[in-house]
Structure formats: C-alpha cells, structure tokens
Design a protein around this ligand. Structure first.
Ligand code: HSE
Length: 436
C-alpha cells in the first residue's frame, strides 16, 4: 500500500516527538489509517540536529519552501510557530494542494479565516488538534463528539505555564514574580514568558474553540485578554478562605445577544473538579444542552502529548484517501456556508460575578458606604470577609464576592468605591465563575 508522505517543517520538541511516535507505533497507525504514514522530508535550520533525530532516514533540508513545493509531499506538518514565515508556508502548501497539520494557534487564531477559505477552495484539510490543549483531543470532542449539542459554554485551563505558576503561588504562598523566576529556572516558563503570562496563548486557544463551538469565524482581535501578572498571593489566600481557587480560564459563552470570549484570572469553587487541576496540566469543561457538563483533562504541552494530537490529524487526513472524501468533517465543525455572524460581545456587556479586595481605613461607616454603592448599582453581595488591621496598621482588607452582574456596572461601582476617602489604592478585582 502506497504510504502517505509527510513533510515536517521544524523538528524541535514537538517535531521530534512526532517522528518518534510515528516510528514507534507505525504498524498500529497504519492499521488505523488504512495506509502507512511516513515522514519523508524534514526542514530545519539546524540540519545537523535534524539529521541526528531522524537517524539519516529522511531527506533533511534547511529551506522549508522546498517541502511545501515538493510534488511528492501529501501532507505538510507546520511546527515552526508564529505568524510570519509560517503563514506564507502554510498558504503555499495549500495553494499546491497539500493538506496541512499545524500546532500553530497564534497563526490560526489571527489568520484562520484566510487559511480555511484557501483550504476550502483547494479542497484540502487544515487540521489543528495540537493547537489547543496539546494532547487533549478537545477539537475532535467539540467538532464531532458533541456535534448533537447546542454548546452553551466552554471554560478551560488551557495554558500549563500559568497553571503551574498559580499552583505554586497557592501551595507556597509566594508572589507572582518569585514563582515566575522559579518556573523559568525549572523550564516551565520560557525566557520570554509574555504570551503565556499575559493570557495571549490561552486567548488564541479560546478563540479557536469559540469558532468550533458556535459556528463563528475566528476573531482573536475581539477577545478580552487579561493575564496573571497582577495577581497577589493575598488574593489567592483570601479566595481560599472563601472556598475558591483562582485559575486563568479561557471562557467562550453563548449569551442572549452574542458570544463572550474572554481570558482572565477567575475564582472558581474549590470543590469543582477543574479547580483541582494543578501544575502544568490542562483541562477543558464544555457544557452542551444535551450532554450537560463534560470535562477533558491531560497534558497541554510536551513532545509526545502534542505529537499524539499531530498524528491523530495525520490519520484523519490519511483516511480521506482510504474512505469517502466527500464526507469530510468541516474544519470549524460547521459547514462553511452555515457560519453565523453572532457578534463577540464587548467586555462591558458580559455578565459574571466578582471578587473585590478593598483596602480601607478602619473607620466608622466605610463598610456602609461600600455596600451602599453596590446596592445602588443593583449588585448583590454573595459573601464578605473583613480582616482586622494587622498589628500596628490602621488599614484592613475587605473582601466581597458579588452575585452576577454586568461588567460595565461592576466597573462603575469599583470606580465609585475607589473614590471613597477611606479607600486606599485600587480595588483588586477578579472575576468569579461558579461553573455550575
Ligand atoms: N506555552 C503553552 C503552555 C503550551 O504553557 O500551555 C503551548 O501552547
């Protein structure tokens, strides 16, 4: 049986994992796919390392253009990352009628519309299981397993670096900066951790899931993105005292008038399974109208977990040649002519609950002023905690959990609270989702 020929662009951690797993499980994969899948070409600037990994068994080139233009290659696996050269290579591969597998969430979340359109015109697949939550088959679950459902919301811990940092902050009571340095030392965070700690990587992934869940185009530019850099150890501690954990969640939710698409630190009840996902692990909670809540848990990064997702896509594409090619699964789950223009809501219009930490002078009437502001804004209080001032101090923290309200109202109330004379500094505000 003629093998499907794969060209790998980039043989770093994930590329090497893909090479290893494909070789190790070749026979089992062939039985599942219906044809052998072989990496026959690899492009990498470090050709010596590429040759070492591939053991001289494949052609190694230093110019990825050779692969995307090569007539013998059926599937291009793009593992370069970023929006620059990767975009051009993917578009050329598609123009040349090649299927594409990519782990590049940044590329698809920003240029997905253009890429999927080109793929549709050329009748090739663009598969991206590895782009969201690494080894967890969440794209397949959303696109196929849950296809009967009207998806109501998705909430995911989809960035391992930040989850590791938050777990360490909680375990050890340390502040963000200290833990970040430790995470970098241990290799859990990159030397330039911006994409992870600012929530951008999670927002790329949430954007892709929102498209698949709701049948809307990928619109990273409309996502609200807030990372974990402002979180203090005190907030994690207070949240815990009130029965909550703080996680960086990627949320996509169907609201009455649009779609909420947001990434931000979030209080979640400590007794939810997802609240107990610790370290660098990922988890995604999906709520569908028929199935209810379903939870997917696993490794969101790493050589072989991500390779597991890349190879699943290779098998799916190979099956196009071994099964009926007219009945392929649409890239974004919905048929391309059945996408809707349901808007992504501006952040001011989303509804959620809030954790507020307010630093106040210990004076008569302060609490009354604060609760009055909240009542006037029709924001109902769910729980409250007031600490005595520490020895020798005159200021204390008041912690308030609110019921659900609109972001715009919460912002106005917070501004009014900050304007009170007895309140010092800014109110720490973290959103809260009960995920019930
Ligand atoms: N840097 C990501 C994470 C993995 O920490 O989860 C790749 O998206």
């Amino acid at each position: 049986m003629k093998p499907i020929k794969v060209g790998l662009l980039g043989i770093g951690t994930v590329g090497a994992g893909t090479f290893t797993v494909l070789a190790r499980n070749a026979e089992e994969i062939r039985r599942r796919a219906g044809r052998p899948i072989e990496i026959t070409m690899v492009a990498d600037l470090d050709t010596a390392r590429a040759k070492q990994i591939t053991g001289g068994k494949v052609e190694v080139v230093d110019d990825a253009n050779i692969i995307v233009n090569h007539p013998d290659i059926d599937i291009v696996v793009e593992l370069i990352g970023g929006y620059g050269i990767a975009r051009q290579l993917v578009m050329t591969a598609i123009a040349n009628g090649k299927h594409v597998v990519t782990a590049n969430k940044a590329l698809l979340a920003t240029h997905g519309t253009e890429i999927f359109r080109a793929a549709q015109e050329k009748r090739v697949m663009v598969a991206f299981e590895a782009a969201v939550a690494g080894g967890i088959p969440i794209i397949k679950a959303l696109r196929e397993g849950l296809t009967a459902n009207r998806i109501q919301w998705i909430a995911g811990i989809i960035n391992g670096t930040t989850n590791f940092i938050l777990s360490e902050m909680r375990d050890k009571g340390l502040d963000f900066d200290v833990v970040l340095k430790e995470a970098q030392r241990l290799g859990y965070a990159e030397a330039d951790p911006t994409f992870d700690i600012e929530g951008i990587d999670a927002a790329h992934k949430a954007t892709l899931m929102s498209a698949i869940a709701f049948g809307i185009p990928v619109q990273f530019d409309k996502a609200y993105v807030e990372g974990i850099t402002g979180l203090q150890a005190a907030d994690i501690r207070y949240a815990e005292q009130l029965g909550y954990r703080i996680k960086l969640l990627g949320i996509a939710r169907r609201a009455a008038n649009g779609i909420e698409l947001r990434v931000h630190p979030t209080l979640i009840p400590a007794n939810r399974l997802i609240a107990n996902v610790e370290g660098a692990m990922n988890a995604v909670l999906v709520h569908g109208d028929a199935v209810g809540a379903t939870l997917y848990y696993g490794k969101g990064a790493g050589a072989e977990p991500t390779a597991s997702a890349v190879i699943a896509d290779l098998v799916d594409i190979t099956r196009l040649a071994t099964a009926d090619p007219e009945h392929r699964v649409p890239y974004l789950a919905f048929q391309p002519d059945a996408m809707t223009d349901t808007p992504i809501l501006p952040m001011d219009e989303i509804t959620t609950s809030y954790y507020l930490r307010i630093r106040v002078a210990d004076k008569l009437g302060v609490m009354a002023d604060i609760t009055r502001i909240l009542a006037d804004a029709a924001i109902s209080i769910d729980a409250m905690l007031q600490k005595e001032p520490a020895a020798g101090e005159t200021e204390a923290d008041i912690i308030i959990l609110t019921h659900k309200t609109q972001e715009k109202k919460a912002k106005q109330a917070i501004a009014a609270i900050e304007a009170l004379e007895a309140v010092s500094g800014q109110v720490a505000r973290i959103r809260l989702e009960s995920l019930g």
